[in-house]
Design a protein around this ligand. Structure first.
Ligand code: ACO
Length: 325
């Protein structure tokens, strides 16, 4: 398989750190030094997840030179669909990709990497030829905007890539992991209230609660597990760390990116980071940063990219691929 094009889309509304000081007791200095984030884009009521994802998908299709009609599969990595039944079919309808099957994949901030590996298996088995993979999230819908420990971290966006069958397999190695024993460290949980339908039958009607996170634990987990999983993926790819061109991690916190880079002994100039401008956009963060680096001409065909996603689940994974056909 080969990754032959990328695209991205973000909402127009921008909230900088100064703007957040009007909502919660925080400062630009605290947010910048602890996270590296300076601003984030936030979707307003009129902007749907499907619309953002579709916009990113259209650009990836154009960049790869195929049409929506060529698609066999649309895979949407998201934790914030417009509809709990899934949003991938809405995107399929919008794109008029009538030959494609479409479904959602939920793996929080690991969603793009899990999606990349999942999609590539369909190509490796010869089942599908052309796949649109989109990572998109609107976490602003689920953030408690009164909670300074979380609201400063997140932003909204979408990023996308096209995967195509190719004579040379450009997915060089991967490793995926889950640990449900730490599930309570990061949640966007459903809270049921008992509702009686009859004397003997109750159902749990309720609502999803805002994001809760044990920041310190998630930080510790990321700094320990991400280098390990990258090492494993490098081993599977039979590559040494000095053979990689770019380190592209889930954009959660600049301190996590710096710590992982330093543990792996990767020089600073090989790190891709745009977290300062978008915050943590969950499943969108990797393809958003990837697309930006491609647009800027940083990433070139043949470059070896190490990518790693990590987050709720807890889940984490790494994938190593070569850009282009
Ligand atoms: N502004 C000012 N002060 C704050 C803020 C804020 N926004 N948030 C917390 N504080 C205060 C705390 O109350 C605390 O004060 P206290 O010492 O008086 O109690 C102090 O700052 C330190 O708080 P910590 O939580 O210890 O801060 P820490 O240095 O751990 O940084 C952070 C917090 C940025 C959240 C960090 O822990 C982190 O990045 N964790 C990982 C998050 C992550 O990567 N998530 C990725 C997955 S996301 C997903 O999957 C959807």
């Amino acid at each position: 398989m080969a990754i032959t094009g990328s695209g991205s889309a973000v909402p127009a509304n921008l909230l900088d750190n100064q703007g957040l000081t009007k909502l919660v007791d925080t400062s630009d200095e605290w947010i910048t030094t602890r996270t590296g984030i300076r601003q984030r884009r936030l979707a307003d009521k009129s902007e749907s997840l499907a619309a953002l994802a579709t916009a990113a998908g259209r650009k990836a299709l154009a960049a790869s030179g195929i049409t929506a009609q060529d698609l066999d599969l649309i895979l949407l990595a998201t934790s914030t669909p417009d509809d709990l039944f899934g949003s991938a079919c809405q995107i399929q309808g919008e794109l008029r990709a009538s030959n494609a099957v479409a479904f959602d994949l939920t793996a929080a901030c690991s969603g793009f990497v899990f999606g990349l590996v999942t999609a590539s298996q369909y190509i490796r088995t010869g089942t599908y030829q052309n796949i649109l993979l989109i990572g998109a999230d609107i976490l602003s819908r689920w953030v408690d905007w009164q909670d300074r420990r979380t609201c400063v971290l997140f932003g909204d966006g979408a990023g996308s890539v096209v995967l195509q069958a190719n004579s040379c397999d450009r997915l060089l190695g991967f490793e995926l992991k889950s640990d449900g024993s730490q599930n309570n460290d990061l949640n966007l949980a459903y809270k049921p209230e008992s509702t009686a339908l009859s004397e003997s039958v109750n159902v749990g009607k309720g609502n999803f609660q805002p994001i809760t996170m044990n920041g310190k634990e998630v930080y510790r987990f990321a700094v320990q597990k991400v280098p390990e999983v990258i090492d494993k993926a490098l081993f599977r790819a039979n590559l040494s760390v000095d053979q990689i061109d770019w380190l592209l991690l889930h954009q959660a916190n600049q301190r996590i990116i710096d710590a992982v880079r330093s543990r792996l002994n990767i020089p600073e100039h090989k790190v891709i980071s745009n977290l300062a401008y978008y915050g943590n956009t969950s499943a969108a963060s990797i393809p958003l940063a990837l697309d930006e680096a491609v647009q800027q001409g940083k990433i070139k065909p043949g470059d070896v990219i190490v990518t790693s996603g990590f987050g709720a689940g807890l889940s984490w994974g790494a994938a190593i691929f070569q850009w282009g056909r």
